[in-house]
Design a protein around this ligand. Structure first.
Ligand code: IVH
Length: 670
């Protein structure tokens, strides 16, 4: 390769990284997304053609093959936790303790930063390059999540912009998800009947613990770096000195960092952060106070699990009292009916709250929630406000219970609750709410990704009688659109073009788009890995699905039912005739297990064994068995180690055979 080409690639990498930094860290892009994409594609082309890929190339952020499991990583210096303060007085006491320990009367300089509600992460850089990212784990040993963390665009793959690049440095911070991204994600999950994340922290943690990094990439995670672990070849004087270096080196840092002297000023800073809280795009549940001077930090050292030089101040949870004016039953795409409380609007922590999720009727019953009740509502870490408790003393006797509907509030069909399910569902095949939600889901981003076909347009097309099913999308004509109020020449053409474009899709997207109950993005991807073509799923037996790791009975039954239904198979064939072209880049040949000694057996592992539970479960799966999480009549064996818990008792009561580790080893020995 010519020197000229090499320079060209190097220049493109440098420029793209700079634009990345401007976009994701500084929030001040200087080029358009299209221009960025164009440069990115050019770089990828050159790299592929000339087999020259720099380690910090932006193309290296995605595309790693999915992992089987995360490897364990030992932290060079332990990643500890923080002690909490719940009042201003406890902050003053912390300052007293610091001074007492240092035997000093002099006022101490502290930094005050927002406390990010996410997942602690360590980034290890060697000679300036990001070589590893690991979770905190138990503080001493975490998990290697490098491929996932590399998809977070705000994290530099290479340290740039500073004079001293350390030989090695562990940079620590919090991986988090912005509130609006979290809400978007939960909306998508609700549509696909996947369990919702309770708060942004769980969403961030769940996204990092994905074995398939392409899913992590979609989650739009962010990071704030606030700490340093082991380092070689560099020194810092203080937290402010370190954070200035981080900033220069292109790292994302906390949104605010005050350096102030004495406890009263610290308390003022905390108040400021609490007041700005609503303006932050991320969730924060407190402030972190640190002794600024690193020498003093060292002198103060650690108690068992926490440093003496820092403390986390927790904001009081945001609560308010109001009245439930009504309870509304909403119908989702799968027919699931969810109760939502319409509240008398109340301001909680600067935000007007007028709705609150009631989750399901078990929850309504458990908390004895009635229309007309005075209630305490909380918006804490949980962004979706929820009812904490009913103020029963305020009852007048006029409050009304809200039983689950017997008929669907939208279409009037029967409502049923299947065994073992929390949700009540409308079983009406033509329920308008479901049909609409199904089409909206089909067109959505993670599914067929039909641009220009958001909720409003689906509703319009549906109400005008142009679509009754997603099949009808492929029969739409531009002339029909032009007759509608919201379409002109260009917008009509755009929609027709995006529908056309979406015909080329992948099996995992398509399976997700179909809206099969319980099949979210993850399950769809797993199916695509195991089944080469759509037709391979026709009339699939549930047992075949249950061979796939993490796929349980409910999911297997739902998939098998869907692909056994003649009407559904006819729909799939019609879609193919209408030009749908499904490729499957996710398919992994030969995943199906050979016959092994544990073929057809379902085994539950409990208690302490000589290997970790993960290792044993993997072995079971490799040998043809299925490792299940809970004991039922269908369990073949329970493998019990020392101190087994309730699973052991349950196995005994159900008469399920119990194996010791020795007995198990004998069974699996070749
Ligand atoms: S400093 C020795 N700074 O909160 C630990 N932690 O509840 C030093 N956190 O373990 C941690 N924002 O995961 C620090 N600005 C911040 C933080 C922060 C969030 C997390 C971190 C910590 C946990 C303690």
């Amino acid at each position: 390769m010519s020197a000229d080409l090499k320079t060209q690639i190097e220049k493109l990498v440098k420029e793209l990284n700079e634009h990345n930094y401007r976009y994701y860290v500084l929030d001040a892009p200087v080029i358009s997304d299209e221009e960025y994409d164009r440069m990115f594609r050019r770089l990828k082309e050159l790299e592929e053609k000339h087999h020259y890929v720099l380690p910090d190339s932006p193309t290296q952020r995605v595309g790693a093959p999915p992992l089987d499991k995360f490897e364990k990583v030992k932290h060079t210096e332990p990643m500890l936790s923080l002690d909490n303060a719940f009042s201003h007085d406890e902050v003053r006491e912390f300052d007293q303790r610091v001074k007492r320990f240092l035997k000093s009367d002099k006022e101490i300089e502290y930094t005050v930063e927002p406390k990010y509600d996410g997942l602690a992460m360590e980034l290890t850089y060697r000679k300036g390059l990001l070589i590893r990212a690991s979770t905190r784990g138990d503080g001493y040993e975490g998990e290697d999540v490098t491929t996932n963390v590399k998809t977070i665009k705000a994290i530099p793959l290479k340290i740039e912009g500073v004079d001293t690049v350390p030989q090695e440095i562990d940079i620590r911070g919090e991986v988090f998800i912005d509130i609006d991204e979290f809400e978007k994600l939960n909306k998508e999950r609700e549509k696909s009947d996947e369990p919702l994340f309770a708060n942004p922290r769980n969403a961030a943690a769940g996204s990092i613990r994905q074995l398939d990094s392409t899913i992590t990439e979609k989650r739009k995670l962010h990071m704030a770096c606030y700490g340093v672990g082991a380092m070689k070849g560099i020194e810092f004087k203080s937290q402010t000195d370190f954070v200035s270096w981080l900033k220069k080196a292109h790292f994302p840092v906390p949104a605010l960092l005050d350096a102030v002297t004495g406890p009263e000023k610290v308390i003022n800073s905390i108040k400021e952060i609490e007041e700005s809280r609503q303006k932050f795009s991320f969730e924060t549940d407190g402030a972190v106070i640190k002794v600024n001077d690193f020498k003093l930090q060292k002198e103060l050292g650690f108690k068992t699990r926490e440093p003496r030089w820092a403390i986390a101040y927790k904001f009081p949870a945001h609560q308010g009292t109001t009245v439930i004016e009504d309870i509304i039953a909403g119908v989702g795409r799968t027919g699931a009916i969810t109760p939502v409380a319409a509240l008398k609007p109340v301001r909680i922590g600067g935000v007007t709250v007028s709705r609150s999720t009631l989750h399901n009727w078990d929850e309504i019953e458990r908390k004895d929630i009635r229309i007309g009740d005075a209630v305490v509502v909380e918006r804490a870490g949980d962004v979706i406000p929820h009812v904490v408790t009913v103020i029963k003393e305020k009852r007048t006797g006029k409050e009304k219970k809200f039983p689950p509907p017997k008929t669907c509030p939208v279409c009037g069909s029967q409502v049923v609750r299947e065994e073992g399910e929390v949700a009540y569902r409308c079983i009406g095949l033509n329920c308008e709410a479901q049909v609409l939600e199904k089409i909206i889901h089909y067109a959505s981003r993670g599914a067929m990704d039909i641009e220009h076909l958001g909720e409003k347009n689906v509703e319009l097309l549906y109400n005008q009688g142009l679509i009754k099913h997603f099949i009808d999308l492929y029969k739409l004509k531009k002339e029909q659109l032009l007759e509608l109020p919201r379409f002109a020449e260009k917008s009509a053409q755009n929609l027709i073009d995006s529908i056309e474009k979406s015909k080329k899709t992948t099996l995992s997207r398509f399976l997700f788009a179909l809206g099969i109950i319980h099949v979210g993005e993850y399950a769809a991807k797993q199916l695509a890995k195991h089944f080469e073509k759509l037709d391979d799923l026709y009339r699939v037996e549930p047992e075949r699905i249950m061979e796939i790791k993490q796929m349980g009975e409910k999911l297997a039954a739902s998939i098998s039912e869907f692909f056994s239904e003649k009407e559904n198979l006819r729909t799939l064939e019609t879609l193919k005739k209408l030009g749908l072209m499904i490729s499957n880049p996710d398919y992994v040949a030969g995943l199906r297990k050979e016959k092994g000694p544990l073929d057809g057996l379902t085994i539950v592992v409990t208690g302490t064994l000589s290997k970790s539970r993960d290792e044993i479960e993997e072995l079971i799966e490799r040998l043809g068995g299925r490792a299940a999480g809970s004991v039922s009549k269908k369990t073949s064996y329970v493998l019990a180690g020392a101190d087994p818990g309730s699973k052991y008792e349950k196995a005994k009561s159900l008469g399920v055979k119990i194996l010791t580790e020795d007995e198990f080893n004998k069974r699996v020995a070749p």
